[in-house]
Design a protein around this ligand. Sequence first.
Ligand code: PLP
Length: 366
Amino acid sequence: MQTFPDVISLASGYGNFAPPAAAVAQAAALLQAGPLPTSPIAGMPELRAALAARYQQQGAATGPEQVLVTPGAKPALFALFKAALEPGDEVLLLTPNWFGFRGLVEKAGGTLRTLPLDPATDYAWQPEQLSSAIHARTRILLLSNPNNPTGRVYTRAEWEGLLRITRQWPGLLVVSDEIYDGIHFGPEPFTSLLSLPDPHRQHVVVSGYSKSLGLIGWSVGYLVAPEELIRRAAAWQFSTSAAVAALSQAAAQAATEQASAISQQLCSGLLTNREIMRQWLAALPPQPPFPLGTYYAFPDFRRFLRPDLPLTEASAELAARLRAGGAEVVDGGSCDAPGFFRLSYAVPEPLLREALRRIRAALTAD
Ligand SMILES: Cc1ncc(COP(=O)(O)O)c(C=O)c1O
């Protein structure tokens, strides 16, 4: 009989994927070739070129000089914020969203303001709501697509609606964190912000290799932005940290060249667990539509909260109750969505089944 840990975690943001063989082979070849090369601060020219080519294939006009390679997506975001924000500048974040954004914006000297999207409309962005939320001090509109934690994937048509508004503010940067871009299950190919027309050169993409490309622990991410911003972000990286190790960049280059095949394989490997999660949720009280992207579900457990507590406390209390019942999940309160909980299904199937059984038992216990 299989034994399980006392607490099974569905809370990690990283999947249980093996690194892609081609990436490992490229890194191993470099390691065996002798002393490692050092990298220019903005990244190895071959990797910057491979990334630019990847976005060109999606219809973008990106050149290698618009790419900064960083030690993960988080440093890419921080370098961008340091390069773009002046004191008093505001970052408008569409929520729910990844809990890490707030600290990065604040530590970079910006002011974070949130624009909540409604689960009842499947987190659609509403033109009127956007129009009235953006003003002269708003320097950055920030979102993630596919969204962490909701898993929502925004379509080309939705982007077009949003960009009609942001084009009225040429000093505004539209920043799309696309680190989950390869993990999507919808009928439409994924739309990168970079593939949409950008007459005012406002579009910025942040991404990395730790989610959609299986390079967990290799610490590679990147920023794609207008050249002047890249120069400033690279200067920040030069004076405060270092270029990414050539070994990781070699692996990243191989992964970039085979990005679609790698992500497709990851998605196929997730299908069984995705279906287990989908069916498990279908047996609960009505939920928002099952997300088309990421390896998360973000169910609404508001009806299981203690009614005598304020919402955020009740949400934290339920997360603690689930943990006491043997399953760790992410409290949506950390993503501005108390009462919702992020559950990853990128874990081994037996662990997923057991964790879901424990969650249901904890939710329905008297
Ligand atoms: C939306 C989003 N952006 C950025 C990051 C940070 O990624 P990295 O591990 O490459 O720094 C994460 C990690 O969880 C994330 O979910």
